[in-house]
Design a protein around this ligand. Structure first.
Ligand SMILES: [Zn+2]
Ligand SMILES: [Zn+2]
Length: 338
């Protein structure tokens, strides 16, 4: 590994993170052996498997039988249920060096932040779609706990919590995991959204929830949440899940809401499996902890279509399946060959 340790934000909120250590030849290698790396397919050399704890940075939070532990110099916690540690190749650094900014530009700022990996199971090959309702609920509680942990840091303004599954979704390892980036700033996307929400009398998400419950884009609801395909789906089979109660971040969620969210994750991923054959996918939590007017939402994007030149050139997305039709497949009331 080289000595490069560059982390900084540029004004349009691009993060430069050369520590992730890519050279042009690395990109060429990746393109050349798609899907053929041992690490991608089997437990051999997998750093996320139970028993391979030494291969990752020490875990700051280890969940085991309903209790929370942490690795110490003397003792590594084994036989865990969920394990959280700093990414070995972080996009942000808790201690960025100010000297890195020399010669970058006046509007750059230090790339302060945290980049955590949340390993969802010690078992290699276990997928979230195989999780029981209780396991999904436990995972949601881990999410809530980790978001609250970073929220308590005085410099953190936003916690990005997401899952990449499959190579097409940006996952570099097959072993089930989510990621969390804690940022010292509000991302532009959320900033714009907050400004728009500020102009409304009523929470637009609460209004959307009522509308979509009765629309042809409705997929299903449980006691706590509603799932639907959004009217402006950027790509086929995009799904949004909203808690029925107005909550602005995971820290506001009761155990019941967390279980409801977990149950919906299980349903959506199982539906993707049936309808699309286990595609690569991303899901992302949109949440704000200092803005009670915001309404937490969870968005799923299966990676079955490519964002290409037109989309990048215009910001307009071509979607070949209407959200209404996608919802009917995901509800299971339309034959898959129709
Ligand atoms: Zn593994
Ligand atoms: Zn609301």
């Amino acid at each position: 590994m080289s000595e490069i340790r560059k982390h900084y934000f540029l004004p349009e909120y691009c993060i430069i993170a050369e520590e992730r250590g890519k050279r042009p030849s690395d990109f060429a290698d990746e393109a050349g052996d798609m899907g053929q790396k041992g690490q991608r397919s089997g437990p051999e050399n997998c750093a996320f498997c139970g028993g391979a704890e030494e291969k990752t940075p020490p875990a700051g939070a280890v969940y085991k039988e309903g209790r929370i532990f942490a690795d110490t110099k003397e003792k590594i916690v084994r036989k865990w249920d969920f394990r959280c540690f700093q990414n070995l190749f972080p996009a942000l650094s808790p201690i960025p060096a100010f000297s890195e900014l020399s010669g970058v530009g006046e509007d750059a700022s230090p790339g302060f932040g945290f980049h955590e990996v949340i390993v969802e199971s010690p078992v290699h090959g276990k997928k979230l779609s195989d999780f029981s309702a209780a396991e999904l609920s436990d995972l949601m509680q881990v999410y809530r706990d980790r978001v609250c942990h970073y929220r308590a840091h005085e410099s953190i303004r936003y916690v990005s919590l997401f899952k990449n599954s499959g190579e097409a979704a940006g996952a570099s390892l097959d072993h089930a995991h989510s990621q969390l980036l804690a940022l010292p700033l509000l991302p532009p996307l959320l900033k714009t959204e907050l400004q728009a929400i500020g102009k409304e009398e009523k929470c637009p998400y609460c209004a959307l929830l009522e509308k979509e419950k009765k629309s042809t884009r409705f997929i299903r609801e449980n006691r706590e949440c509603v799932a639907f395909t959004p009217y402006c789906s950027k790509s086929p089979f995009e799904v949004w899940v909203l808690p029925k109660k107005h909550v602005s971040y995971l820290g506001d969620c009761s155990k019941e809401i967390l279980s409801g969210l977990g149950e919906m994750i299980g349903y959506v991923l199982n539906s993707y499996g049936k309808v699309l054959g286990n595609p690569a996918y991303n899901y992302m939590f949109y949440q704000l902890f200092d803005s009670p007017e915001y309404h937490l939402n969870l968005r799923f994007l299966p990676r079955i279509s490519l964002i290409a030149g037109f989309e990048m050139n215009t910001g307009i997305y071509i979607n070949t399946i209407s959200p209404e039709r996608a919802a009917s497949y995901l509800r299971g009331d339309r034959p898959l060959d129709e």
